[in-house]
Structure formats: structure tokens, C-alpha cells
Write a protein that binds this ligand. Sequence first.
Ligand SMILES: O=C(O)CCC(=O)C(=O)O
Ligand SMILES: [Fe+2]
Length: 183
Amino acid sequence: MKLLSESLLKAMAASLNVEENCFLDQCGGRGNMIARFNFYPPCPRPDVVLGVKQHADSSAITILLQDKEVEGLQVLKDDQSFRVPVVPYGLLINVGDQVEVMSNGIFKSPVHRVVMNAERERNTLAVFIMPDVDVGIGPVEKLINEERPRTYEDIKNYVALFFPSYQRGKRPIEAAKISQEFH
Ligand SMILES: O=C(O)CCC(=O)C(=O)O
Ligand SMILES: [Fe+2]
């Protein structure tokens, strides 16, 4: 998992023509990998109950092993939902809010949710790659320019900022955005 996440973060940085360690370095030496097992029992009213309400992940990236038979994850874009197909034993890589900040908004952290299934249970394993809270993250300097002005503030401990907004049903990353009033 460590090797996979490091290789991904390096490849993502390299794909933007910036120094390959620039995302990884912001994760610091004492980042965490948090594994969450999600169990969704059959639900008689999938029309009114969600498995997980809509959110974007607070991680740098998330590595998700989906149930190998039962679908449920949906990505939301422009008020439309898109089903994520089942790929047995495949790992789904999701960009989290912290890589959106580091990439100055180039990589987008998608809003997603989980819908329930009336007949079948569903099991997934999400591994969240969490930067060291003491290091602090911010947009990589080389990704800030005239066409793409700095979108996000430098932030320490993104997770502390995340949960209060999430609980109010807001997008936490909005709180990290540079206020438009100053531009
Ligand atoms: O169970 C899933 O398919 C996704 C779960 C999820 O979005 C999460 O744990 O953050
Ligand atoms: Fe998620």
C-alpha cells in the first residue's frame, strides 16, 4: 500500500511536469494510512436511504477495493450521478481534497456517495492516504501562474477543518479556498 501510494503520488506530480516528490514531500514522514471497512447491509428502502451521504474524501488519495459483485458507488458531477462499475479485485484510486489543494485545483477531488441495495449486502475497503497533520499542505509553487492563480490557502491539519464543514453538509474544501474578495 505504501509503495503503491508513493508511486501514484510521484506519477501524478510528474504528469504535471513538476518535481515528482512535491506531493509526497507534503505528506511528510509521519502521514497515516487509515483503513476503513464499509459494510452495507441490504436495505428495504434504497429510494430514501443512502449508504454514505455525498462527500469528497479528506485524504491526499484514497485506494478503494470495491465489493466484487455489488455496485453502489456513484460520482456526482453537474447535478448528475454516474455509477462506478464493479471491477472484481480492481483498486479504484480516488483523488482526495488534499491533492486538489496541492495541485492548485488541477486534480479534482470528486464528490461521491453510496446508494443501498434492497437485496444484497455490500462490502468495501477504503484506504485513505493522510498527510502528516504537522507538516501543512499548499499549492505547489510551479502550479501557480497568471492563467491559474493560487486557488487555495496553505493549510495545517486539513482534517480539523474538514469535519465541522462535513457535518453541516458543506464542502470542506471551500473553507480552504482563497476568498474572492481579495482579488
Ligand atoms: O463504499 C464505497 O464504495 C465508498 C466509501 C466511501 O466513499 C468512503 O469510505 O469514503
Ligand atoms: Fe469517500
